[in-house]
Design a protein around this ligand. Structure first.
Ligand SMILES: *[C@@H]1O[C@H](CO)[C@@H](O)[C@H](O)[C@H]1NC(C)=O
Length: 474
């Protein structure tokens, strides 16, 4: 993981090479870890934001480690992006490729495995729950069983590890289906707060108002208080591990984006980032007031980036044309800044790939991943029912969509989809910048080790050999 660059930067920052992580061994006890995803936030967005003047993010970085070459999962969809920092694993291990996908071992005729607002009792209501009748099913011990989102990951989450020690956990995100982070046991969260974002108007203003609900939850949790309309309870205790997401920046990118030419933030996007920064300020202030700041490690780990940054690179291709180009029956296709194709008959692979290749220019395809390369990098579709047969990557900036509402999207494997802004802050850390390539999966062992728990209790960390982030990796 380390390279010469990082060692140089690390020593320049005034810490001995190989000096162990802050907390435990330096006598600083981390009692709480707060993990926030600023959905969509690129590493380059942090540079642009810092250039605009002092902020709460610059304050966090004043005693924090910044990772300037941090990558979200592939696919860079919200579901695998959410699981990465809590499982330490990528889709080949978690089995969770997308919120909206296929799995050959599931029964969800026609509609795929849709784990967004589509499984709500009523997605027009801010507070709703999962409707079991809308869930896909699978055979478990011969029984047809509803598969709740938390039953999807094949490996446990950091929330489950923490709860297993009798400690409290709390998480907030945009749909009830973020039940996902509870992990396979279903028990990972002491409390979960899932207002339905699909019930809101969209746009930056409605989304900051929505995100404020998450902020209110965090501010309550820091006081050990439950928030109304949440599932479960903290029982009066401050959570050891808590987190959630901000949606406003992602919506700002999709609707307002970056200025043509300069690639500066548009006013809409700047407003969204300012809201997030101010919210982080409120959290820092609350932690200070409660005398908790020196006991809390704050992590920013976005689920995904967004593509394109440059509006000149934006383009759309109708996903139906991609399906049609295969020339064979397709059972499912997930389409965003990527197309993930599941064939009805896997024997059609060569024909489907040839069809796609023959129309690569019209479909603005930059890469088709299948066969040995797919197996090596992402898993074997002939053995693993969750792995698509073909991954189609468009030229960066192209989205497989006909939506007229957005100017960027995520999900794919391009740099702008995945090169995100990651930092870890604690009052006792000496400011440092790490330039070596890291992944958001590395947040998971970093969380557990900071809490003096065993990172190897995470099955995904063991399976993928995931190391804590540089600076925390002894
Ligand atoms: C930080 O957050 C606080 C609270 O929202 C806000 O008042 C302040 O302007 C923000 N920025 C800086 C530089 O502290």
């Amino acid at each position: 993981m380390k390279n010469c660059n990082s060692i140089l930067l690390f020593s320049l920052a005034g810490q001995a090479i190989g000096s162990p992580l802050l907390p435990r061994k330096d006598g600083v006890d981390v009692k709480h870890v707060a993990v926030f995803s600023i959905d969509g936030l690129h590493n380059s967005d942090i540079d642009k934001w810092l250039a605009l003047g002092p902020s709460n993010i610059s304050k966090l970085l004043g005693t924090g480690y910044r990772y300037t070459n941090a990558w979200a999962t592939f696919p860079s969809d919200s579901f695998p992006g959410t699981l990465a920092p809590y499982t330490g694993a990528t889709p080949r291990t978690t089995g969770v490729w997308y919120d909206d996908i296929w799995d050959r071992s599931f029964f969800a005729p026609g509609s795929g495995l849709v784990y967004d607002e589509g499984v709500d009792v009523d997605s027009t209501k801010l507070f709703t729950t999962i409707d079991p009748a809308k869930l896909p099913q699978a055979l478990i011990k011969g029984q047809c069983t509803n598969i709740y989102p938390h039953m999807r990951p094949r490996v446990n989450t950091a929330f489950e590890v923490v709860v297993g020690k009798g400690l409290k956990t709390a998480y907030t995100d945009k749909h009830p289906s973020y039940d996902l982070v509870r992990g396979p046991s279903g028990k990972g969260l002491s409390t979960g707060y899932f207002p339905e974002i699909a019930s809101t108007a969209g746009g930056v203003d409605a989304t900051t108002a929505y995100d404020q609900l998450h902020v209110n939850a965090w501010l309550n949790w820091i006081e050990g208080k439950d928030i109304a309309n949440a599932e479960g309870s903290l029982g009066g205790k401050v959570p050891t591990l808590f987190g959630g997401n901000f949606q406003a920046v992602s919506v700002g990118q999709k609707t307002a984006g970056y200025v043509k030419g300069s690639l500066a933030f548009t006013d809409g996007l700047k407003k969204a980032i300012k809201f997030v920064d101010d919210s982080l300020g409120l959290i820092i202030k609350k932690l200070e007031d409660k005398d908790m700041l020196t006991k809390t490690m704050i992590v920013i780990a976005p689920k995904h980036g967004q593509s394109p940054i440059n509006p000149d690179k934006f383009g759309e291709v109708d996903p139906k044309l991609v399906t049609a180009a295969t020339g064979v029956p397709v059972v499912w296709q997930t389409s965003d800044s990527i197309a993930l194709i599941f064939l009805k008959d896997q024997k059609d692979l060569a024909k489907a790939v040839a069809g796609l290749q023959s129309q690569a220019t019209a479909l603005k395809i930059s890469d088709i991943i299948y066969g040995d390369r797919l197996i090596k990098e992402f898993g074997d579709p002939s053995k693993d029912p969750a792995v698509p047969d073909i991954v189609v990557a468009p030229i960066p900036g192209i989205i497989y969509s006909t939506s007229k509402k957005k100017i960027s999207e995520h999900g794919g494997l391009s740099e702008e989809d995945r090169h995100v802004g990651v930092l870890v802050s604690h009052p006792k850390l000496k400011k440092a910048v790490f330039e070596d390539k890291v992944f958001t999966t590395q947040v998971a062992p970093t969380i557990l080790e900071a809490l003096d728990l065993e990172a190897e209790e995470l099955v995904g960390v063991k399976a993928e050999g995931t190391k804590a982030l540089p600076g925390f990796d002894d």
